[in-house]
Design a protein around this ligand. Structure first.
Ligand code: SF4
Length: 359
């Protein structure tokens, strides 16, 4: 699926931004921890056909459905200076009123023509800018990307809805103290969204110098994630204290979040439902039958039939897998400690405060 992330038992129940634009074939920043390296290879080249393909779909799309720019490479890495594939994709999005989640480690956001386009799109509520860092000071795991302080300065200088992604969060590398981290960036962004480090099993030794507690990320067990609930809780509390929104990417700890993880609440757009919406319903009702779930106002069931074929097909695949996970307790318990499917109903689970990852 050219314009969508492949459905999976992790992405389909948890992710709002499953539509994507991929301007380049690879990434020059070569971050050591990069998850995208599992899905790409070869030389860095512009993917010019992404422009024609997106232009065609954009013309037919009447709803403001967000696209992520991008997921397999940095959209504003150095090749963008001349190739400008990302700029052209953003221009198509603006002309057709399609919201973009711009996700980058580049300080090119503070340079024209990108800066002025970002700020023009922001005036129409068509962009959320996400800049990611794994630390504010250290860059040994991402030596080819702009220094994190340059990214922070660039983010600070633009006028748009802004998310600072602490991604990956590497305990004992990203910061020494969560509160101090949030205090240092409180005026830079509207929100912090974080995702603890994911690694392959064979990388435990390398990352073991930072952290020793890991749990399964993939269902098959070959990918692990840093198990650091207490740090996520500290970040959530600190964000509240400093007036920042807080989101988590695919962690399932919805009770720690105060905002849409992608920052999409800051712009006007249509969302697909995820487990977060189920959690919000359960906060009111405690339990609900699957056939009672309507997700009114979301991209769900009938609303999808009005969409262009490529988009409809992709969103239907994700919806099908999301609904399948809702009635599969082993899938649910892998994704969140907060929701279970029992006796034909979805139920809210109270957390054990001493072992928050277990109900
Ligand atoms: S900038 Fe992003 S896509 Fe590029 S190598 Fe780093 S983590 Fe991967």
């Amino acid at each position: 699926m050219e314009l969508a992330i492949n459905p999976s038992k992790i992405i389909s129940p948890l992710c709002y931004s499953v539509l994507r634009l991929e301007p380049y074939t690879n990434c020059a920043y070569s971050c050591l921890y990069c998850y995208a390296r599992w899905y790409r290879s070869g030389r860095i080249k512009p993917r010019a056909r992404a422009i024609g393909m997106f232009a065609k779909v954009a013309k037919k799309l009447d709803l403001r459905i967000p696209f992520r720019l991008s997921t397999l490479s940095d959209p504003l890495q150095d090749i963008e200076e001349n190739a400008k594939v990302s700029y052209k994709l953003m221009k198509i999005a603006m002309d057709n009123e399609i919201p973009i989640i711009l996700s980058t480690k580049s300080d090119r956001i503070a340079k024209n023509p990108w800066k002025s386009l970002i700020e023009e799109m922001a005036k129409d509520g068509l962009i959320v800018v996400q800049v990611s860092v794994s630390s504010l000071d250290r860059n040994e795991l991402e030596p080819k990307a702009p220094h994190p302080q340059n990214r922070i300065k660039a983010l600070e200088s633009i006028d748009a809805p802004k998310v600072l992604r602490l991604q990956p969060l590497i305990p004992n590398y990203s910061f020494e103290n969560a509160e101090e981290f949030v205090e240092r960036v409180k005026d830079v962004a509207d929100q912090i969204t974080t995702e603890p480090l994911r690694i392959e099993r064979g990388e435990i030794e390398f990352y073991g110098k930072f952290w020793s507690r890991w749990s399964n990320y993939s269902f098959e067990g070959e990918l692990l994630k840093a198990d650091c609930y207490e740090i996520l809780e500290e970040l959530s509390v600190a964000c509240k204290r400093y007036g920042l929104d807080f989101g988590l990417c695919k962690e399932g700890y919805f009770h720690l979040e105060t905002a849409n993880c992608c920052g999409l609440h800051m712009i006007e757009c249509e969302l697909r439902p995820t487990l977060r919406e189920v959690y919000k319903i359960l906060l009111e009702k405690r339990e609900i039958g699957l056939d009672e779930l309507k997700f009114e106002g979301y991209l769900f069931v009938d609303v999808l039939s009005k969409l262009p074929r490529a988009i409809r097909k992709a969103l239907r695949f994700h919806e099908k897998l999301f609904l399948k996970c809702l009635k599969d307790n082993s899938c649910l318990s892998h994704l969140t400690p907060l929701i279970r499917f029992e006796d034909g109903k979805l139920k809210l689970i109270n957390l054990d405060r001493n072992h928050p990852s277990k109900p």
